[in-house]
Write a protein that binds this ligand. Structure first.
Ligand code: KMH
Ligand code: ZN
Length: 272
């Protein structure tokens, strides 16, 4: 049976415990959530960090502690977010790759992000891409609109990225592309052959767009970063619960979740 890579986006930069009390924010809670997601079938944990007040942070001590606790708890692959949060300076965000995660996100363009601004200045993006290449940290390219794909291809052309490229096609952020099947089809047709990709469907787009992406041959992501509810009016009880539901969709499509070891191969990850 064909395998697909499932990612659990555990925390994100936006939601708070006031929105959903089950949101993991401390290093211990994030590690427990990673373990729960791995037990449910996720191969990758996409990790944002929070400080003691619950605010997004790029603090390196918190990053090291969180990574260490996740590694102790289960074999899930760790993908650190360098998006971090809208109010965290780019220079601080960049530093996170110095902890040498297997993977990290690379957001290639600046944009309006809901009520805020998400700054990814071209010179900073190039420096971060070059540093990730030097350290052997695999970038997951977060693309929110078609121009972002052109920027990623330009970085490939400049030798700052290596194939196979790995994309997250983010749909449903206000300021990025809308979460529609038409947009996804048009986007996926433009990806370079051999690219690995998944949809990130935000909020109520999470389940339908993820299901469509799986049926089109993509990988899949869910988690409390992407949606705090299981369905309208019902808060998700955990990241594991969202992954369990996704595994149901995967199996209904005659697919099987990849283990972290299988995902390493499928993503051509540089050696640890
Ligand atoms: N930090 C958000 C603005 C990422 O993880 O790299 C977008 C984000 C992307 O969460
Ligand atoms: Zn993220």
């Amino acid at each position: 049976m064909a395998k697909v890579i499932l990612t659990a986006a555990l925390t994100g930069p936006i939601a708070t415990k006031a929105d959903n009390p089950n949101l993991p924010t401390s290093p211990e809670e994030i590690a427990a959530a990673a373990k729960g997601a791995w037990e449910a079938g996720a191969a990758i944990a996409h990790v944002h960090l929070r400080d003691a007040q619950g605010r997004p942070t790029a603090n390196l001590d918190i990053a090291r502690r969180t990574v260490e606790l996740i590694r102790e708890s289960c074999p899930i692959l760790i993908q650190l977010s360098t998006g971090v949060g809208l109010d965290v300076a780019y220079e601080e965000r960049m530093q996170l790759v110095e902890t040498r995660p297997r993977m990290a996100t690379l957001n290639v363009c600046s944009m309006t992000f809901g009520a805020g601004e998400f700054l990814n200045p071209p010179a900073g993006v190039r420096r971060l891409a070059a540093r990730m290449r030097e350290l052997g940290v695999k970038p997951e390219l977060e693309v929110y609109d078609t121009g972002h794909l052109d920027m990623a291809l330009q970085l490939l052309h400049e030798g700052l990225l290596e194939e196979p490229l790995q994309f997250s096609v983010v749909m449903g952020v206000r300021g990025g592309m809308a979460a529609t099947p038409e947009n996804l089809v048009a986007f996926v047709q433009r990806l370079p052959k051999g690219s690995v990709w998944q949809v990130i469907g935000i909020a109520r787009a999470n389940l339908p767009m993820t299901a469509i992406g799986l049926a089109m041959g993509g990988n899949a992501r869910t988690g409390l970063e992407d949606t705090i509810t299981l369905r309208k009016g019902e808060l998700a009880s955990s990241n594991g619960q969202l992954v369990e539901r996704l595994v149901g969709v995967v199996r209904a499509l005659d697919l099987e979740p990849a283990t972290p070891e299988e995902a390493e191969q499928m993503l051509s990850l540089p050696p640890a």
